[in-house]
Write a protein that binds this ligand. Structure first.
Ligand SMILES: [Ca+2]
Ligand SMILES: [Ca+2]
Ligand SMILES: [Ca+2]
Length: 383
């Protein structure tokens, strides 16, 4: 995306947020999803596993054009405990010679960064992993095990990709995650006016990971990454995948056809896959602020997806989610500030925050007056 397009996007989204922030879908109450009893998780693989992959145009994002019927690929790929990748990929019936082939990180239905660039010795019919390719990190091995890697093959006619194949060994559990706005028109107390407001939430990002100490979405903690700054200030998810590999945006509310914020009664939903040991973190903007967001808040700022090998199921405890400050923009009174996304003239507007730490409001000695809860998250394993 070009810079000008980026700003157009960010501006458009800010306008959407500004226009929608006062809206309320109170005539459309949302009932939290039925709690599904825990299901037994499949064993996660410990050693080398070889996965067979079929590539086709139907899996490609964005949809390619002019692809001959029968364009396809077939691959065998394995990853050992040290992250060494072995792969053989053959392609046929493309619109022209394959110009590049890669292994990327991204769940089915989303796109993500390149992890391994493949090479060919026969003009593009067969592709393998170069001998000097970097091994996958432990977190990227986790991505392989949970079905989060994919092959993508490029042609001159379809430069972003002509055929794609998800690398999924079938070991993962699928989860549906729902983020529901349970605020009301009386949730946010605005002291200077004596009025109350709802607390709309913005499009955001999530990540499934296995890092031991912290969520990649929040790093570095002394000065916010570009993805976090854009979501926390403007509800703009575009920079996150570039800033934090493996992060995935959720942008379109349930029942909507366009990206936008959610007011009271609104919800975002996304699905993802995970294996035992995987964790989930997310960020979504506390819209009536300069740079506040909701995220998981415990020792590793992530929600465990398995407990004793069993997938978690049900509502996430209120204590496990909190409001944080990205440390990128000076704070005005919530619900009134001229530099907040609902009122500012353009994105990324406002004085710099004198405290650049990415931290919870509590951790920074800050607070906000709320009547009740704003965000309800439900995690449901799929049968
Ligand atoms: Ca701030
Ligand atoms: Ca900023
Ligand atoms: Ca601002």
């Amino acid at each position: 995306m070009t810079k000008s397009n980026f700003f157009k996007h960010a501006t458009a989204l800010s306008v959407v947020i500004a226009l929608s922030a006062c809206g309320s879908d109170s005539d459309d109450p949302v009932v939290p999803g039925t709690i599904v009893p825990p299901v037994t998780g499949p064993d996660s693989p410990d050693n080398v596993e070889t996965v067979s992959v079929t590539l086709d145009a139907a899996q490609e994002i964005p949809a390619p054009s002019g692809v001959p019927a029968g364009a396809s690929g077939s691959a065998e790929v394995s990853v050992d405990d040290n992250g060494v990748v072995t792969a053989t990929l053959g392609v046929s019936n493309l619109s022209g010679p394959a110009t590049m082939a890669h292994i990327h990180r991204g769940f089915a239905g989303s796109t993500g960064p390149i992890l391994v660039g493949l090479e060919t010795a026969d003009g593009g019919s067969t592709w393998t992993v170069p001998a000097d390719a970097a091994a996958l990190t432990q977190d990227e091995i986790g991505a392989f095990n949970r079905g989060e890697l994919y092959f993508n093959v490029h042609t001159e006619a379809n430069a972003p990709g002509e055929i794609r194949g998800q690398i999924d060994a079938g070991n993962a559990t699928s989860f549906l995650v729902r983020i529901e706005n349970v605020s009301t028109p009386d949730t946010l107390n605005v002291a200077s006016t004596g009025e109350t407001q709802p607390v709309p939430l913005s499009p955001g990002a999530f990540i499934v990971h296995r890092e031991e100490n912290d969520s990649p979405l929040l790093l570095p903690r002394d000065a916010a990454n570009a993805g976090l700054e854009a979501v926390a200030e403007d509800g703009n998810t575009a920079p996150y995948p570039g800033a934090v590999p493996g992060s995935v945006a959720f942008t379109t509310p349930v029942g909507a056809s366009e990206p936008g914020p959610i007011g009271p009664g609104g919800a975002y939903e996304f699905t993802m896959q995970a294996v035992d040991g995987d964790k989930l973190d997310f960020v979504t903007m506390f819209i009536p602020s300069n740079d506040w967001f909701y995220t998981a808040t415990d020792a590793d700022n992530s929600l465990d997806l398995f407990v004793n090998g069993v997938p978690v199921s049900g509502e996430v405890a209120a204590a496990d989610i909190a409001i944080w400050d990205a440390g990128t923009e000076a704070d005005e009174e919530p619900g009134t500030g001229a530099n907040q996304v609902q009122r500012q003239p353009e994105p990324n507007t406002g004085a710099l925050d004198p405290d650049t730490r990415v931290s919870s409001l509590t951790g920074r000695g800050q607070s906000v007056s709320l009547n009740g809860r704003v965000l309800l998250m439900t995690i449901t394993p799929q049968q």
